[in-house]
Design a protein around this ligand. Structure first.
Ligand SMILES: Nc1ncnc2c1ncn2[C@@H]1O[C@H](COP(=O)(O)OP(=O)(O)OP(=O)(O)O)[C@@H](O)[C@H]1O
Length: 244
């Protein structure tokens, strides 16, 4: 493990009312201990997961649109709003890694087409544009990701079928356990969250706190839905009709 703590620099904050400090979990954040090789950020939409992940990518000097340190290309050059207000503590420090952001992966693939001179050696042997969305993600994980590095992934499940999410768990295991790579992953996937031994940090209820897998909404709602689909749908759709 490399990154072991993220500290918010309280004295520098200009206003608690403005983004990103208007987000409750970011406003109340003090210090986050990163306790495992695989850490998940979970929480409701808008709870601040991407904001913090992007700030960590910024401090790692990765391209905040997606990529590693050497990937500079123009795409909504998003200056991290939080990056200047956090400090990362390392033991030891690593500079290798990658920030995966599903929404700008297309632009990253175009950037790679322009600069690659290796026959896409680190990306499965062909342009990412010539692979499906899910295939290109898995190629990245399988070929580009290696030891002594930190990987920041924002909703990697976006492109992956349930079967490929399981395949990703296997890749994650090999990288985290055998190569000792570190991962921080923002996710809504109850499959990915099931990774054994991961630390799950919830951004819900206005604070960032470590929770058990079974405590996550993702696990509870998915489980309840699968076990009670008819009743659940009846209630849900009836409520909508009643509302009309
Ligand atoms: N550049 C910005 N300026 C102002 N507000 C922003 C900006 N980016 C995000 N926000 C707001 O901050 C909140 C947190 O956004 P963020 O993208 O971090 O959430 P998230 O937990 O990653 O959500 P999701 O699960 O939907 O990806 C949201 O309410 C969003 O509208």
């Amino acid at each position: 493990m490399f990154l072991n703590r993220v500290t918010k620099l309280h004295d520098r904050i200009p206003s608690q009312q403005d983004y990103p400090f208007s987000i409750p979990a970011i406003r109340t954040m003090d210090e986050i201990e990163i306790a495992a090789n695989v850490t998940f950020f979970v929480g409701e939409n808008g709870s601040g997961k991407s904001t913090l992940l992007e700030a960590i990518a910024d401090k790692c000097e990765f391209n905040t649109a997606g990529g590693g340190r050497n990937n500079t290309y123009e795409v909504h050059a998003s200056d991290s709003a939080l990056g200047d207000y956090i400090r990362l503590s390392w033991m030891p420090k690593v500079t290798n890694g990658f920030f995966l952001r599903a929404e700008s992966f297309y632009q990253f693939s175009s950037h790679l087409d322009e600069v690659d001179t290796t026959g896409f050696r680190d990306y499965g042997g062909k342009s990412l544009h010539h692979q499906s969305h899910g295939e290109s993600f898995l190629s990245l994980f399988l070929h580009r990701f290696k030891g002594q590095a930190i990987y920041l992934l924002d909703e990697p499940e976006a492109a992956l079928s349930p079967a490929r999410q399981l395949a990703f768990l296997r890749v994650l295991y090999d990288l985290a356990e055998k190569e000792e790579c570190q991962f921080i992953i923002a996710t809504h996937s109850p499959i990915l969250l099931g990774y054994p031994g991961a630390d799950i940090l919830s951004f819900d209820h206005g604070k960032i706190s470590s929770i058990r897998y079974e405590e996550s909404d993702h696990y509870q709602i998915t489980r309840y839905f699968l076990e009670n689909r008819e009743r659940y749908l009846n209630e849900l759709l009836k409520e909508e009709q009643d509302d009309e």
